[in-house]
Design a protein around this ligand. Structure first.
Ligand code: NDP
Length: 594
């Protein structure tokens, strides 16, 4: 598809006007926190919490969070011979994101071969290229069983505070179950998107029908189950869903099939490219050579970040985005490999891709007004790209209505339903696919602060933004490790790759400390400062582009404060270089900077 300069100019004008339409003065403040009146929206609907005695014991290593971060770090510690590991988890089992998100249709958006951790170690073959949530949750439990992480785990337990005891060189961990445990080492991996948020729509507290957030799906009400069985409880119901992000894209087809009537309230359409999921052939799987998962992850990361590899092992929408940019750059008679040249190649290929995505809407959806409303007008990476083969088709189902709010969002919620443009849509059930907190204070998302050496709070140490070595170690907080993509590789397209490397690094450090009988592991002031300076000089951050349509990628279009920018910095030379660096650092045995 070829676009003229004039086409591109008009396109960019449209992008700018669509963005301007959506900018709100209240930015990230528009959302409601799930506390007080709204705290029920964050309750765990999946388990009945059993009473238990408070614990006052000691472990060698405690991990806050039982999702991929905790499971990977726990597994790597066990492999390194550190057995006394306790994972403390708010949910009733392991899984993190995949414990909470059980909405119908949930599946991974990054190919399972590189997304599901520890496949070779556990001997699991993903059944599909993009596996569904029940299989992923089961895989989390498999990791827990395989590495004996259940033995010492605490579920339905929320950490309320971590405090360093300098005299004993131990962490004191307090929880909402009255525990006061001690640990020589602690790590925190609570996930970047785990606290549900609600849209701040006037009247939201007045709705008299049934409502829930997608990350706490109420199967008792809807019928059906996470594997996609029909939602029989909705057959005679008028159902509304607010939000059309990656979550809604996956559950709307199920709602459309089952609900008596479905109203999808849309503020900004997602970009929906083809999914092309398929089953995995066990005979082919058996041909993979040992070490394949690391190779696949590295191959994906190289291609997804614009590098070169002989073949594309994963071949999906993510690698396609970068390969298009790269091919365009290199096919020019005189390739311009400067940052400006790269940016131009990115914009040019993106214009064409988004034109294809809009044509895809035309090809699939029947009603012309709905076609217009479902077309996204922004660059593909301004929002989370979505891939689905049934979402757009759902709008052809009788009984499914797209309620387009032209970027303004829902006007009001009443006792009876939802109002848009003065029209009230009466509903029995209202589902909030309104996403998760991003960019709020970390203490609010974690649910606790950390008191380090000399009583210094982590929230004070990080008052101007995160500071760390490798995104893992923080000065003044000995024997504490952070597990997240930030200030490390910052690879967003395959988060578990970041966590795998962090887990391996922490396990190596802890095993080494133990082997030399070191009681404290702490980054030096110089090493922490130099790392942050290196990252700041490089300026590689995730999202934050104010020219993009508003969303959590860019602080709702309001630009990102310096402190928040610091939190999302990544290694200047990119994820591949970071993974090389961290592997060399931990293998050298020198642990420079600690
Ligand atoms: P998002 O934050 O992406 O989407 C929230 C939705 O709510 C948006 O469509 C937003 O509109 C809409 N919204 C908010 N306020 C209003 C309002 N007042 N009126 C109408 N609509 C409103 O949340 P998701 O849960 O969809 O996804 C969050 C992230 O989780 C994804 O970006 C992805 O990273 C991850 N995810 C990954 C999946 C996977 O890998 N398989 C699956 C699902 C989620 P607007 O766009 O205009 O702000």
């Amino acid at each position: 598809m070829t676009l003229t300069d004039d086409d591109r100019r008009q396109l960019h004008e449209r992008y700018a006007s669509e963005r301007d339409k959506r900018i709100r003065a209240d930015g990230n403040e528009q959302y409601i926190e799930v506390t007080g009146l709204y705290s029920d929206y964050a309750d765990d609907p999946y388990v009945a919490v059993e009473p238990r005695e408070s614990l006052h014991d000691e472990v060698e290593f405690a991990f806050v969070g039982g999702g991929f971060a905790g499971l990977l770090t726990g597994a790597k510690l066990k492999q390194a011979g550190v057995d006394d590991v306790r994972i403390i988890e708010k949910g009733g089992d392991f899984g993190g994101t995949w414990y909470w998100n059980r909405y119908p249709g949930a599946q991974c958006d990054t190919a399972a071969f590189i997304y599901l951790p520890l496949l070779e170690e556990t001997g699991h073959m993903p059944s599909e290229k993009y596996t569904h949530a029940p299989e992923i949750a089961e895989h989390c439990r498999r990791i827990g069983r395989h590495f004996d992480l259940y033995d010492n785990a605490l579920f339905s337990t929320e950490v309320t505070g971590l405090e360093w005891d300098d005299d004993a060189s131990r962490w004191i961990i307090r929880t909402n179950r009255g525990d006061e445990m001690r640990a020589r080492h602690v790590a925190i991996g609570t996930g970047p998107l785990h606290r549900p948020k609600l849209p701040g729509i006037p009247g939201i507290d007045t709705f008299a029908g049934h409502s829930f957030h997608t990350s706490r799906w109420d199967y008792d009400y809807t019928g059906g189950d996470p594997s996609g069985a029909p939602l029989t409880g909705l057959a005679d119901k008028r159902v509304g869903i607010i939000g059309t992000g990656a979550t809604a894209v996956q559950c709307v087809p199920h709602l459309a099939r089952s609900a008596g009537e479905l109203f999808v309230f849309q503020r900004t359409p997602s970009s929906i490219d083809a999914r092309n999921n398929h089953d995995i052939d066990p005979e082919w799987f058996a041909t993979l050579e040992p070490g394949w998962q690391k190779r696949w992850m590295e191959n994906f990361t190289i291609l997804q970040t614009g590098g070169f590899a002989d073949e594309d092992l994963v071949m999906d929408g993510w690698t396609d985005i970068s390969q298009r940019i790269r091919d365009r750059l290199l096919s020019a008679p005189e390739p311009d490999l400067s940052p400006e040249g790269f940016l131009k190649a990115y914009h040019d290929s993106d214009d064409e891709k988004m034109e294809e995505i809009r044509r895809r809407v035309e090809a699939i959806v029947a009603d012309p007004d709905t076609v217009d409303a479902l077309k996204p007008w922004y660059r593909q990476l301004c929002k989370r790209p979505c891939f689905h083969d049934d979402y757009l088709q759902a709008f052809n189902e009788a009984g499914t209505t797209l309620v387009h709010t032209d970027g303004q969002g829902v006007e009001r919620i009443t006792e009876r339903g939802v109002v848009v443009d003065g029209v009230e849509y009466e509903l029995d059930c209202l589902i909030y696919a309104s996403g998760f907190e991003v960019g709020t204070e970390f203490t609010r998302r974690w649910g606790f602060d950390v008191t380090g050496r000399d009583g210094v709070l982590l929230s004070d140490h990080w008052v101007d933004g995160m500071t760390s070595l490798h995104g893992i170690h923080t000065r003044g907080f000995p024997n504490m490790y952070i597990v997240s993509p930030s200030q490390g590789a910052n690879l967003i397209s395959n988060v578990p790759h970041n966590l795998t490397e962090a887990g391996a690094t922490i396990a190596t450090v802890v095993a080494h400390a133990r082997s030399v009988a070191a009681t404290e592991v702490e980054v030096t002031e110089d090493a922490e400062r130099q790392w942050v300076e290196l990252l700041e000089a490089g300026g590689r951050t995730f999202g934050g582009d104010p020219t993009c349509t508003p969303g959590y990628y860019n602080n709702e279009g309001h630009g990102i404060a310096d402190s928040a920018r610091r939190n999302s910095l990544g290694y200047p030379e990119g994820p591949v270089a970071y993974f090389d660096h961290i592997e060399r650092w931990r293998s050298s045995g020198e642990f420079a900077g600690l």
